[in-house]
Ligand binder design. Structure first.
Ligand SMILES: Nc1ncnc2c1ncn2[C@@H]1O[C@H](COP(=O)(O)OP(=O)(O)OP(=O)(O)O)[C@@H](O)[C@H]1O
Length: 285
């Protein structure tokens, strides 16, 4: 328990349980992914089971090369599982689909198209039945949401890293997927830009009534705790599995400055550190 009036463990726990009673958005069922390599078969992840609820924010965390992107790839449909299946919104994932928007670390914007056109093209390819005016409205609304409307005629090369990432996020939101998959979306950004991007992301998620499911790969423990409802910690590969799933029962909206003083935050941070590292100083040999 805490004396801080802004922190309410009982309410936060019930908020957490409310999410857990929602219907499943993503069901990862006994997924194994093996790759053929010149040295033989390499099994990256093995027998992974994970259910993510509608509107939940889940972070995947683990050491480099443990298989986080591979697992995300099976959810996005860009990586075919060797065995097992992923069910997204009740349907077996057989490839990428407009119900799952993806944002990568490298922005994946088309460099020859303006900011506006990068989003318009995506909207145009998904909303075949909408009129040009309706599509223009969607582009405008989403660019304004990430405060990049004044930069709409610039090419990606004329933007800063944070701006490019906001365009990528606006594009993912514009196609209005029920599932947003973020693979280290803020990895290349400086700490200040990263901090404001976290707030932007939660703002967009809130504006959408917390209906979008968000799965995010990260290496950043603070980012994982600030954003997520649960953090999935993976073991090192090969044949990586889930080591532990850590619940983050911190109330929302979360305040970046205050949250670090919350005993739940500190406890969770310690727990994640212990799960990820076995040495904490040069004396730990
Ligand atoms: N197409 C492929 N062919 C062969 N091996 C692959 C392939 N894709 C991934 N791997 C291997 O699978 C393992 C998991 O890779 P993955 O990219 O999923 O890890 P990660 O946890 O996302 O890493 P990072 O945090 O460094 O981005 C690694 O050992 C990688 O070398």
């Amino acid at each position: 328990m805490t004396s801080n009036p802004t922190i309410a463990p009982i309410d936060s726990a019930s908020e957490f349980h409310k999410i857990q009673s929602r219907p499943a958005s993503i069901e990862v069922k006994d997924i194994t992914v093996s790759f053929k390599t010149p040295k033989g078969i390499f099994t990256a992840i093995k027998n992974i089971d994970l259910t993510i609820k509608k509107g939940e924010i889940v972070a995947l965390i683990g050491h480099s090369g443990c298989g986080k992107s591979t697992l995300m790839g099976t959810i996005s449909g860009m990586t075919a599982p060797t065995s097992g299946q992923v069910i997204a919104n009740g349907a077996v994932v057989k490839g990428p689909g407009p119900d799952r928007g993806i944002v990568f670390q490298n922005y994946s914007l088309l460099p020859w198209l303006t900011v506006y056109k990068n989003i318009y093209e995506a909207v145009d390819s998904v909303f075949k039945g909408k009129t040009a005016a309706e599509k223009r409205e969607i582009v405008e609304e989403n660019l304004k949401m990430v405060t990049l409307w004044p930069h709409k005629d610039k090419l990606p090369g004329q933007l800063s890293g944070g701006m490019k990432q906001r365009v990528a996020i606006a594009r993912a939101f514009a196609i209005n997927p029920s599932i947003l998959l973020l693979d280290e979306p803020f990895g290349a950004l400086d700490a200040l830009t990263k901090g404001s991007m976290h707030i932007e992301l939660l703002k967009l998620w809130n504006l959408d009534n917390r209906n979008k499911t968000i799965v995010m790969v990260t290496h950043d423990i603070e980012e994982a705790i600030f954003l997520s409802d649960r953090v999935v910690v993976m073991n090192n590969g090969p044949e990586a599995t889930i080591k532990e799933i850590v619940e983050i029962p911190l109330p929302r909206p979360r305040n970046k400055k205050e949250i670090v003083h919350d005993p739940i935050y500190m406890e969770t941070h310690d727990k994640l550190m212990s799960l990820l590292f076995d040495k904490f100083s040069i004396e730990d040999e």
